[in-house]
Ligand binder design. Structure first.
Ligand SMILES: *Cc1c(COP(=O)(O)O)cnc(C)c1O
Length: 388
């Protein structure tokens, strides 16, 4: 084990070794972190569903009906009626032909990409795509190419150079990029895909429950229903529970039931999770109040930061980075904010490029204006004191 120990020591020497903070209660706008109440600007619980009474009630009832475990993988006997209802609920909500739920967004990317591509195919991926896409691509037998972040000229260059050498081509992008909060140029990507006969794959983990009508996602935001081949979403962020899904055609779903490896080799989602998620989608179908509140808060928070001269990059969503640059300063800023009662994570290399350190503020529907005011004022005070 000395080898691993040395690597850990290197992390410590570089100042990037970390101890996990411990949240002693539910994921709320104010959390008790390491024994101290702080404003939580770090969770993906965009709509406040993670501790919502309606979801909790649905989960408790499902435990009474189904127990706590599914008992097997979906393809053997773990496929309960509640999993089928969940798939149908998601397909209906997303206005897509079919949906299939996986145990997590990560598992979904790990399973779907390798199942829908093969030797002789090419995967073209945005350079800022999520780690689970990168790992998913690694599991595929297809060749891979990367295009510069949201650079359509660069994407077209790759397509022009390589299209004819391959059977199928799959273009993969995040719907909303998690470190900058910018939205993929989906209409242009779809257009290029049509021109060059490529398939499209959007991982909308940070777009689902956030963008589009009542959180129907990036595809809905751009009015592109029926034009994106594979739409991935997570049930762990805005939906507040756990899980991932792919939307597409019935043929896609059918194929993945046979070749989606996490589905074949890992036990089905807890039935109580499925029940809570179904309730969440009912709430989004009933009302836009949750997403309205989220956007209201996000716009307010960004406006207040910009007023005070902060650089929030090119964020277009509730993900609000504050650009700092220097790694050590970013880490020190985040640490001091926590001391002052605001928990916002510092993001540095290798998650973002060297010299592009930032703190990343995640606004949710749970925050009150008063909490946001307090957070902005603390951020402003600490930044001034640290001369950032
Ligand atoms: C968070 C995230 C995932 C992983 O989702 P989980 O459900 O938490 O596993 C996948 N893709 C993207 C783009 C993400 O941001």
């Amino acid at each position: 084990m000395s080898n691993i120990n040395e690597k850990l020591q290197q992390l410590k020497d570089q100042g990037v070794y970390r101890v996990l903070p411990v949240n002693e209660g539910p994921c709320e706008a104010i959390i008790r972190l390491n024994g101290k109440d702080v404003i939580n600007l770090s969770s993906n619980n965009y709509l406040g569903f993670a501790n919502h009474p309606r979801l909790k009630e649905a989960a408790k009832n499902a435990i009474d009906t189904y127990g706590v475990g599914a008992g097997a993988v979906r393809t053997i006997v773990g496929n309960m009626d509640i999993h089928e209802v969940l798939d149908q609920t998601i397909a209906r909500f997303k206005h897509e032909e079919a949906a299939l739920v996986f145990q997590s967004g990560f598992a979904c990317n790990a399973g779907v990409i390798q199942a829908i591509t093969d030797q002789g195919d090419l995967i073209i991926s945005d350079e800022l795509n999520h780690a689970s896409i990168i790992d998913g691509v690694r599991l595929s037998k297809a060749d891979r190419a990367v295009f510069k972040h949201s650079d359509m000229a660069d994407l077209e260059r790759v397509l022009k150079e390589k299209r004819d050498q391959y059977n199928e081509v799959l273009i993969i992008t995040d719907g909303v990029f998690s470190m900058d909060g910018d939205i993929a140029k989906l209409p242009e990507i779809v257009k290029l895909a049509k021109t060059y006969r490529a398939m499209t794959y959007v991982d909308d983990a940070h777009g689902s429950g956030v963008l589009g009508r009542s959180g129907r996602g990036t595809v809905d935001h751009f009015g592109l229903h029926g034009q994106v081949d594979f739409i991935i979403g997570t049930l762990s962020k805005a939906i507040g529970v756990v899980g991932g899904y792919v939307c597409g055609t019935k043929v896609t779903r059918d194929w993945l039931l046979h070749r989606g490896r996490p589905l074949l080799f890992s036990t089905a989602m807890m039935p109580s999770a499925a029940a809570a998620i179904i309730e969440a989608f009912h709430m989004l179908e009933e009302s836009t109040e949750y997403t309205d509140l989220l956007w209201d808060n996000a716009k307010y928070f960004k406006k207040e930061l910009i007023k005070r001269g902060f650089d929030i990059g090119h964020s277009e969503t509730p993900i609000t980075p504050i650009m700092i640059g220097d790694e050590a300063k970013t880490v020190a800023f985040s640490r001091e904010l926590l001391n002052q009662g605001v928990y916002v994570s510092g993001i540095v290399f290798p998650t973002v490029p060297k010299g592009k350190g930032r703190i990343r503020c995640m606004v949710s529907a749970l925050h009150t204006k008063d909490m946001l005011d307090r957070a902005v004022s603390i951020i402003d005070d600490v930044a001034k004191r640290m001369k950032l």
